[in-house]
Design a protein around this ligand. Structure first.
Ligand SMILES: [Zn+2]
Length: 384
C-alpha cells in the first residue's frame, strides 16, 4: 500500500528544522564580508529561483562601492487585504572569516576559535530562506510578503541607506538581526549623529618661536578633557573616536581633525549632548586663540515603539503561541531598522538567538535558530 506523504491543500506542513540548520551551515561556509557579498547573494538568488520566485537587485553596489546590491523577493498573499509585511536580514558579516570552520558542541554552533561564526546575520538569512520554502511548499504566503536582504550593514548600514527609492511596499518591517535568546524584541534604538571637528591653531617653530604658535593639539585636548563622554545617561552615549593632526615634533601643530559621535533614544538629549561637545571645543579654542569648525550630521534616525503598538502585538501573539516570553528592550546599537524607520516604515529588530556577535566566541544554539524560524513562520500565519 502506498501511503500519501505529501501536504494536502490547506494543511500546514511547518518548518523543516534540519533543513533550516543545514541552510545556516551552507550560508556561513560562504565568505561574504562587507562590500564583498556577491557569493552569498548568488546563493540566495539560486535558492529563490529554485523556488520559482523572482529576486530583484537594486543599484546599491554602484552607490556604495560594493560587489552586489540589496536583494528583494516579493511573495503575493492569499489574503491581499492583510497588511503586507517586510522581513529583513543582512548578507554581510564582519571579519575575520578566512577558512571559517564550524564546530558543533552539544547542539551549539561555534567557529573553531580562529574566526567569527557569522551567525550575525546568516542566522537571519537562513530563517528567511527556510520560511519562504515552507510557504511555497504550502501553496503560498497567507500575507503579502517582502523579503529584503541588505548589503554592507556592518560597516555603517550602507546598503539600507542606498535602498532603491519606493522599492518597499510593506507597511511594517521586522529585521532579524539581534543577539540574545529568541523572544527579545528591540522596540527602541537611538538616533545617531556623526561629529567631525576641525581645530585650527597657528603653526610656529617649537624651539625657536613657540610664543607665536597656537597648538591645535592643546585646544583639542583641553576640549576633550572638559567634555562628558561615555554613558551620559540611560538613553545617551557619546564618544570621540579618532584624533589626527600635527606635522612634526618641532612644529606647533596647526590643524587637528577629530571624529566622534553621539547616540540617544531621545532626539532632544542627543542635541543637548552634541551642543555640549561643540561648546567645549569652542571655548577651548577661544581661550587659546584658535578656531573650530564643528560639523554634525545625522547618521540615522532612532525609533521607539510603545509596548501596545500593533507591530509588537503581532510578535507577542506569535511568541505566545510558541510558549516563549516576550522581552522588550531598547538598544544602543543602530541597525537597518533605523534606516527603514527613517523611510517611514515602522521597523523592529528581533533576536535570532546568536550570542557574542563580532567575536571569535560567537555562537548559535540550534534550538534558538529553530525557534527564530518558528517565530517568523507564526508571525506570517497570524498576520494572514
Ligand atoms: Zn547584524
Amino acid at each position: 500500500m502506498k501511503l500519501f506523504c505529501g501536504t494536502l491543500p490547506g494543511m500546514k506542513k511547518g518548518m523543516d528544522k534540519n533543513r533550516l540548520c543545514r541552510t545556516f551551515l551552507d550560508l556561513v561556509a560562504i565568505d561574504g564580508v562587507t562590500f564583498a557579498e556577491q557569493a552569498v547573494a548568488e546563493f540566495v538568488k539560486k535558492y529563490f529561483s529554485d523556488l520559482g520566485l523572482t529576486v530583484e537587485e537594486d543599484d546599491a553596489a554602484e552607490a556604495i562601492g560594493g560587489d552586489c546590491g540589496n536583494l528583494l523577493v516579493r511573495m503575493e498573499g492569499e489574503n491581499p487585504a492583510a497588511q503586507p509585511l517586510i522581513i529583513a536580514s543582512h548578507l554581510d558579516t564582519v571579519l575575520p572569516t578566512e577558512k571559517l570552520k564550524v564546530v558543533e558542541k552539544d547542539g551549539v554552533y561555534y567557529s573553531d576559535g580562529t574566526t567569527i561564526l557569522g551567525a550575525d546575520d546568516r542566522a537571519g538569512v537562513a530563517v528567511m530562506l527556510e520560511c519562504a520554502r515552507v510557504l511555497v511548499e504550502e501553496g503560498g504566503s497567507p500575507v503579502p510578503l517582502e523579503l529584503l536582504f541588505t548589503v554592507a550593514e556592518e560597516k555603517g548600514l550602507f546598503g539600507a541607506k542606498a535602498l532603491r527609492k519606493g522599492w518597499l511596499k510593506g507597511e511594517v518591517l521586522y529585521v532579524l538581526d539581534s543577539d540574545g535568546p529568541v523572544g527579545r524584541v528591540v522596540n527602541g534604538a537611538p538616533y545617531g549623529v556623526k561629529l567631525a571637528i576641525t581645530v585650527k591653531g597657528k603653526s610656529a617653530h617649537a624651539g625657536i618661536d613657540p610664543e607665536s604658535g597656537v597648538s591645535a593639539v592643546v585646544i583639542a585636548s583641553r576640549a576633550i578633557a572638559n567634555m562628558k563622554l561615555g554613558r551620559i545617561d540611560e538613553l545617551t552615549t557619546a564618544n570621540i573616536g579618532t584624533i589626527s593632526g600635527g606635522q612634526a615634533q618641532n612644529i606647533i601643530p596647526e590643524l587637528v581633525e577629530v571624529v566622534g559621535e553621539v547616540r540617544s533614544i531621545e532626539e532632544d538629549r542627543l542635541r543637548r549632548q552634541a551642543a555640549h561637545m561643540k561648546e567645549a571645543f569652542k571655548s577651548a579654542a577661544a581661550e587659546a586663540g584658535g578656531e573650530v569648525v564643528f560639523y554634525s550630521h545625522q547618521d540615522y534616525s532612532g525609533y521607539y515603539f510603545p509596548e501596545d503598538s500593533p507591530a509588537i502585538e503581532l510578535v507577542r501573539r506569535a511568541l505566545d503561541r510558541l510558549g516563549i516570553e516576550t522581552v522588550m528592550e531598547t538598544s544602543c546599537g543602530a541597525s537597518d531598522a533605523n534606516i527603514t524607520t527613517g523611510l517611514g516604515i515602522p521597523s523592529l529588530v528581533l533576536s535570532v538567538g546568536y550570542l557574542k556577535p563580532h567575536t571569535k566566541e560567537e555562537s548559535l544554539d540550534r534550538k534558538e535558530l529553530i525557534k527564530a524560524g518558528e517565530l517568523v513562520y507564526e508571525m506570517v500565519r497570524i498576520a494572514g
